[in-house]
Design a protein around this ligand. Structure first.
Ligand SMILES: [Zn+2]
Length: 249
């Protein structure tokens, strides 16, 4: 479940990512009614088995049956992890469409939620997810060569959301919206696209690289969406602190 909104006294409208259909929206009739079996209303950041009565693509389907299968209870004990989960949730809602190909988001998001819940390396896991999400939607920034002249990243590299990735010193000079980024951060962003998780697991990031990579992803996604991600600032405020942010979205 990506998002669950109360629709009436008794029902919810939900967005979910599915392995077969990509992202779909549905009406869960009666999901808010008290039930003899103690089942609660549907909640975001949970994994459920659902039976969908499908309408046409892009329409609101009917969520006819659902069973809660997996929750991530430890996320709620660490706000920096919880916000990473909500951020990935929002990225999925923004980029996954209702197509079979975007079913790939399902496994990627589930894998990230399990990692965050287990308490493993959180920053790298989130960056890996973002790389794969942008790759799946055809928006992964080019960081291995200059996004403009396709030449090597000579001189002082910059990152340009408008150009779709890193720029060499020549192309980056005078490019509006471009900002300086270190070679180390670009190298990490390249490695994040590796096929096997093993290659990514060995990466080590310092705080400066984390900030640079986070900014590059944020601005790249904002450029494509035409708006900032709502959760980005909460993530920035809570990262590394694990304590409550001042307010909620
Ligand atoms: Zn160039």
């Amino acid at each position: 479940m990506l998002r669950c909104i109360d629709f009436s006294e008794s029902s919810q409208v939900v967005a979910l990512i599915t392995p077969e259909l990509g992202q779909v929206r549905g009406l869960a009739k009666g999901s808010r009614r008290p039930r003899r079996d103690g089942r609660l209303p549907l909640e975001a950041l949970t994994q459920c088995d659902v039976v969908l009565a499908q309408k046409g693509a892009g329409q609101l389907h009917i969520v006819a049956e659902w069973t809660l299968r997996e929750t991530f209870p430890r996320l709620a004990t660490d706000l920096s992890r919880l916000w990473r989960a909500f951020y990935a949730d929002e990225v999925t809602m923004a980029f996954a469409t209702e197509t079979a190909e975007d079913g790939i988001f399902y496994g990627r998001l589930l894998d990230l939620l399990r990692r965050l819940d287990r308490g493993g390396e959180a920053e790298l896991a989130l960056f890996r997810f973002l790389t794969q999400a942008l790759e799946a939607s055809g928006h992964r920034p080019l960081v291995e060569a200059c996004a403009q002249c396709r030449g090597p990243l000579e001189g002082t590299p910059r990152f340009s959301p408008g150009a779709g990735g890193a720029l060499c010193g020549n192309c980056g000079r005078g490019e509006a919206g471009a900002f300086a980024i270190s070679r180390g951060a670009l190298a990490v962003m390249g490695r994040l696209a590796a096929r096997s998780d093993r290659e990514v697991g060995g990466l080590r990031l310092n705080a400066a690289q984390v900030a640079e990579i986070r900014r590059a992803f944020n601005e790249q996604m904002q450029y494509y969406l035409g708006r900032p991600l709502r959760t980005a600032r909460f993530l920035a405020a809570s990262a590394g602190m694990g304590r409550p942010a001042a307010d909620q979205p």
